[in-house]
Ligand binder design. Structure first.
Ligand code: LMR
Length: 326
């Protein structure tokens, strides 16, 4: 059997953590032939909860789960970690925008970036989920300059999944039939779910669905879905966020089928005019343990305006945290 993959999760005592860890331990993230070790990291006041989650993980007798560590100590939690999932952050409440969280959460990510650089495995990859995830990723990455840029990810798989389902339901097709649903930019209400390039059973979504619905209802539903869930549940998405974490890691580690792409926010290499280093959601293709940003996607004027808006928001966020970028 392969050596275990060590997965560290911050905020592990929260709702996303609870929806996530059992699925990782069952083999849904790395496959049923790959053992795992879990590091459940959380704040002091959450210790009874993560200890309880560990008890439950033990009680599942998962054959792939080789070890579970619960800790408040980042050095212990990140030690030799191959994957770090940064979930912990102060969650958005009803009426708050992600920008409100910048100050509160930014500082946490400085310490976490430093601790990852110091303690994690040489091949560590980091997925930032805690909001505002693009800019938190920017901060953590700036605090860990020795870790290569292609190891940092901020999650827009949840937006991609939401968008795919909207298109599938609208056309009464299986969600599997929807491909190339690109999310551009920020994981926020300015993101651009790019229906122009999405296909359904190989046909352009724009051929199958009326433009008015795509341009207005669809875009807005996807952009504001997180807020709608918060309003409905009184708490932010947890099950769907955990599911998107599993999907994110699987999409990164599995070669992307020819002609397809998936969405993920990564450090820009200057593609599509996005300034280098900004954590921006692009279409990616995974390949040979790494990825490339899909090139050559063309945008009409409307799409360009929308991409410019989300880029501007990310640049404003970057300016707001400049002091934390070292
Ligand atoms: C989501 O998209 O559901 C989460 O990022 C929570 C939020 O603040 O929207």
């Amino acid at each position: 059997m392969k050596p275990p993959i060590k997965v560290a999760i911050t905020g592990a005592g929260g709702q996303i953590g609870y929806s996530l860890v059992f699925r990782i331990a069952a083999g849904e993230m790395f496959g049923t032939d790959t053992p795992v070790e879990l590091r459940l990291i959380d704040l002091e006041r959450q210790v009874p909860i993560i200890d309880g989650v560990k008890m439950e993980l033990d009680d599942c007798a998962f054959p792939l789960l080789k070890k579970v560590v619960t800790t408040t100590d980042l050095a212990e939690g990140f030690a030799d970690a191959n994957w770090v999932i940064l979930v912990g952050s102060v969650p958005r409440k009803d009426g708050m925008e992600r920008k409100d969280l910048l100050e509160i959460n930014g500082k946490i990510f400085v310490g976490q970036g430093q601790a990852i650089e110091k303690n994690a495995a040489p091949d560590v990859r980091i997925l930032v989920v805690g909001n505002p995830c693009n800019t938190n990723c920017l901060i953590a990455k700036a605090s860990a300059p020795k870790i290569p840029a292609n190891r940092w990810f901020a999650m827009t798989a949840l937006d991609e999944n939401r968008a795919k389902t909207q298109l599938a339901q609208k056309t009464s097709t299986d969600v599997d039939a929807v491909k190339n649903m690109i999310i551009w930019g920020n994981h926020s209400a300015t993101q651009f779910p790019d229906y122009f390039h999405a296909t359904i059973n190989g046909k352009a979504a724009t051929e199958l669905i009326e433009n008015d619905w795509l341009e207005n209802s669809f875009v807005e539903t996807v952009q504001k879905r997180g807020a709608a869930v918060i309003k409905a549940r009184g708490a932010s998405s947890a099950g769907s966020a955990a599911n998107a974490i599993i999907d994110s890691v699987r999409r990164i580690i599995t070669p992307t089928p020819e002609g397809e792409s998936f969405s993920m926010a990564v450090p820009s290499d200057g593609s599509y005019g996005v300034p280098e280093g900004l954590i921006f959601s692009f279409p990616l293709k995974s390949k040979d343990e790494s990825y490339e940003i899909v090139q050559g996607v063309e945008h009409d004027e409307l799409a360009q305006t929308k991409i410019a808006a989300t880029l501007q928001e990310l640049q404003e966020e970057q300016a707001a945290v400049q002091g934390m970028l070292g």
